[in-house]
Design a protein around this ligand. Structure first.
Ligand SMILES: [Zn+2]
Length: 392
């Protein structure tokens, strides 16, 4: 591959991508970066397309068509990042120190974007005809509601048979991750004067009963639900809001929870468990009620499903072999700790999905974000080899 693209070209592309802001506080969000990537592809005479998902917020695609026009191998990377927040250096002036590329998005995931784009450019420069097509999908909004990949799934304009998601895995082959469901439970009581609490129904007490059951009954139950590589299902009460003043019995208390679920669970099961303990909680205090709702304004409209692919799938076996050859590190399938757009593809389009990208997830969203430049270069080689393996 080295004769078609070199390491410094890949790293300089990663630097340019970092220097173009593409977060929610940036005016135009992903507009500039999508257009920049379009120009990069066009300069190489690679077919490209912008698809506006929201006004001025386009997905950017690059295509290498194959002779088998229905089949596509997708390289999927989100082009948005989180904002700079309190980073220890200028987040959008990338620099290299001790073999690390620093900057917002270096690890999540502009290093991977540079590697994906570069692998496709190398294949194009080589000029070999492909049987299966390759598509780069630079998607918007992954850090918020995942609208970019959701559009791909809804329109079915491209239905990839294989896909790599470039989230940071230290170049390990991640074959599973949990689903993520945000649920709100609103407890309703009866307000009255704080001096006569026996005349009211305290909604904070209702929430308290619920939380006690969550901790003592639901948590142990979830610990016993496990899935290979993923461990247990989990639940986290993250927000609790209730009451106005100390001298009023609160009639309203809202609890928001994050439930990480396993491929072996169903979404129905999740809600039934919550409903069961909520029913039990309000039975302890007469006059209370509750309402459970999905927080769909804050997460993907399609469910944030879990993802898994069999370790025996030929796509997994070949990826492990290729990654091992290139990194010289023994490779075993791993789980990805977060959530990824890959779940949308595997659950809705039946795509075989692997999560594999340069860098360590602990650096993502951190104030000291960086990515190993060797790993960005090795990711380029892995992506290139995957195209050669599955598309020629
Ligand atoms: Zn990410």
């Amino acid at each position: 591959m080295d004769q078609w693209i070199n390491k410094s070209e890949v790293i300089s592309l990663a630097e340019k991508l970092i220097s173009i802001q593409s977060h929610k506080e940036n005016q135009g969000q992903e507009f500039n970066i999508a257009h920049f990537i379009k120009d990069v592809f066009q300069a190489e005479k690679i077919m490209t397309e912008l698809e506006e998902i929201e006004p001025h917020r386009p997905n950017i695609y690059g295509f290498l068509p194959g002779s088998n026009s229905d089949h596509y191998f997708m390289f999927n990377g989100h082009i948005d990042t989180v904002p700079g927040f309190n980073m220890e250096y200028d987040p959008f002036k990338p620099f290299i120190k001790n073999g690390r590329l620093y900057g917002r998005g270096s690890v999540d995931m502009k290093g991977a974007l540079a590697a994906m784009i570069s692998a496709i450019i190398a294949i194009k420069r080589k000029g070999i005809p492909l049987k299966e097509g390759v598509v780069f999908a630079g998607v918007i909004d992954e850090e918020q509601c995942c609208k970019g990949t959701e559009r791909i799934v809804r329109t079915k304009a491209i239905t990839p048979t294989l896909a790599v998601i470039g989230e940071p895995t230290n170049l390990k082959t991640a074959i599973a991750h949990k689903g993520m469901e945000w649920i709100e439970i609103a407890f309703q009581g009866l307000a009255t004067h704080g001096s006569t609490p026996h005349n009211g129904v305290n909604a904070i007490y209702l929430a308290n009963e619920f939380l006690t059951l969550l901790r003592n009954e639901l948590e142990p139950k979830l610990k016993n639900k496990t899935y290979p590589l993923l461990g247990s299902a989990t639940i986290n009460p993250g927000v609790l809001k209730g009451g106005n003043d100390p001298n009023i019995v609160p009639d309203h208390c809202v609890l928001q929870i994050d439930r990480r679920w396993l491929p072996s669970e169903s979404i129905l099961e999740l809600y039934e468990e919550i409903e069961q303990i909520a029913t039990k909680a309000i039975s302890k205090i007469s006059g209370g009620s509750f309402l459970i709702k999905r927080m769909d304004e804050a997460t993907a409209a399609l469910y944030n499903m879990p993802h898994s692919i069999s370790p025996d799938d030929p796509f997994v076996i070949e990826t492990l072999r290729i990654a091992e050859n290139i990194t010289k590190v023994e490779s075993e399938p791993v789980a990805f700790p977060g959530w990824s757009d890959g779940a949308q593809l595997s659950n809705n389009l039946d795509t075989s999905v692997i999560v594999l990208g340069p860098g360590d997830i602990t650096q993502a969203h951190s104030n000291n974000e960086f990515c190993s430049i060797d790993q960005i270069w090795q990711a380029t080689q892995i992506y290139y080899s995957l195209i050669e393996k599955f598309c020629l």
